[in-house]
Ligand binder design. Structure first.
Ligand SMILES: Cc1ncc(COP(=O)(O)O)c(C=O)c1O
Length: 454
């Protein structure tokens, strides 16, 4: 295996089950609270938004949940995804480290997001749902759900954060090609969207606002439409563990085991999917891999946020969860990694960081694009702006190995390509890309609005 660059699994090795970290969490999960009563939610409240099968997955403590065959059948269009040994990057950095990356950009829409879009569309179809609503930041999630809804015969409305809608017109066209309707959020056609526009007519939007709009449309549809979320929730991270289960097999084929693994975090789904199977090995099988979450310095929920109960959306319609948050009313600066512009974080990832099982690191925007150029010019792939955060941390760790002489094994998740992000690369190459200062005053103001949970 030592000369191998691509580590490719046969289709027969496609995982048959997702891994549920709730079965092995060293700390018990906190309850999910109702946004008005602040009491633990009932399945009835959640069933306005989600089919019962997904609600049961959300609260399950079974270690493995079987992947339904119709989902595996769609997964086989691009899964198992390849893993690469980044030999040319190692040479460029002149490091003794062995660097590996899992490449989720080979999915038809270019990211890890279909890993959960496909089962969410499947379970909704099975439950008789006619249409879904959702938000999207960078457009990756919206594209994934648009493809999945098209496969399973569901209609889809996408509320796309306005700044991304304007930066990424081709993502909108991709979603429309699969048959979805796409609106720049905040819109005039939800009550919440209208209230935001009345206060801030030129609002760039945020994931928190777009979630509120999509939730409002589903909740007021009389049961015709359900809502689908592309990150944060337990069932979403569960579906993404197909990534890490494949990587465990691929590392074994490579004859190595990672010392350090890294993923970028927006709401935590590609990170959880990549790292949770390795955390299981840490918790249960005596492994000791260091796990690092890489987040943007402009929206630093894990490194600068508070571990507290907060709303998942801006309008306070979504359930309250305990997570690292910058405050639900915080609108992050308009960095190009649109998928990382979220005020909160997955409760599972937050708990793991809070209790020291996962380390978090914040990376400024310019450093991420510099890392992206080093990566693209050695490995050839133009990464999406989100995983450039993981690449920057991987390079940092590899350069530490250069100083120490350690040949550590470093693996990261390259969760998407950047083919629809050329405007961001153009801005960087022209020297016009900026770093944002840590938005301290805005975060402080938003923190004052956290719900007072006893
Ligand atoms: C390519 C890509 N990576 C990462 C993210 C962040 O989401 P998550 O933290 O759930 O993986 C997004 C979200 O849109 C994305 O499109």
């Amino acid at each position: 295996m030592s000369e191998r660059t691509k580590i490719v699994l046969d289709e027969s090795k496609l995982p048959r089950a997702w891994y549920n970290i709730n079965a092995d969490m060293p700390v018990p999960p906190e309850p999910v609270l109702h946004p008005q009563t602040l009491e633990p939610v009932t399945p009835d409240f959640l069933s306005v938004l989600f089919p019962m099968s997904l609600i049961m997955q959300e609260v399950s403590t079974e270690p493995y949940i079987e992947i339904p065959e119709p989902v595996r059948e769609v997964y086989r269009l691009w899964r198992p995804t390849p893993m690469f040994r980044a030999r040319r990057l190692e040479l460029a950095l002149d490091t003794p480290a062995h660097i590996y990356y899992k490449y989720e950009g080979v999915s038809p829409v270019g990211s890890h997001k279909p890993n959960t879009a496909v089962p969410q569309a499947f379970y909704n179809k099975e439950a008789g749902t006619k249409a879904l609503t959702t938000e999207t930041g960078a457009g990756q999630w919206g594209s994934a759900l648009a493809m999945a809804c098209n496969f399973f015969g569901l209609d889809l409305e996408v509320y796309m954060v306005k700044v991304s809608f304007e930066q990424k017109p081709y993502r909108r066209i991709l979603m429309e090609s699969y048959g979805a309707q796409v609106f720049p959020s905040p819109t005039e056609h939800t009550q919440y969207g209208r209230s935001v526009l009345a206060q801030t007519p030129d609002s760039p939007g945020s994931l928190g606002i777009a979630i509120s709009e999509a939730v409002e449309v589903a909740a007021t549809s009389g049961g015709v439409k359900k809502y689908s979320l592309g990150s944060v929730l337990n069932h979403v991270l569960l579906h993404q563990t197909v990534i890490g289960e494949e990587v465990l097999q691929q590392m074994e084929m490579a004859g190595e085991y990672p010392d350090i693994i890294i993923g970028c975090t927006g709401g935590g789904s590609n990170f959880g999917g990549f790292t949770f199977p390795f955390l299981r090995e840490n918790f249960k099988n005596g492994k000791n891999t260091k796990v690092i979450a890489a987040e943007p310095a402009a929206s630093p929920s894990l490194t600068k946020g508070k571990y507290a109960f907060d709303y998942g959306d801006t309008a306070k319609m979504a359930p309250i969860v305990k997570m690292h948050t910058l405050g639900h009313s915080f609108v992050p600066p308009t960095i190009h990694a649109g998928g990382l512009r979220y005020h909160g974080m997955s409760p599972q990832v937050s708990a793991l960081v809070e209790h020291g099982y996962v380390k978090a690191r914040a990376v400024p925007q310019l450093d991420t694009f510099k890392a992206a150029m080093t990566f693209a010019r050695s490995e050839g792939i133009i990464p999406a702006p989100e995983p450039t955060h993981a690449i920057a941390v991987a390079i940092e760790e590899a350069l530490k190995c250069k100083e120490s002489g350690d040949a550590k094994v470093i693996a990261f998740n390259l969760c998407g390509h950047g083919h629809f992000d050329m405007a961001a690369y153009d801005t960087y190459l022209k020297g016009n890309l900026e770093d944002y200062d840590y938005p301290e005053a805005a975060i402080e103001a938003a923190m004052a609005e956290l719900p007072q949970v006893g």
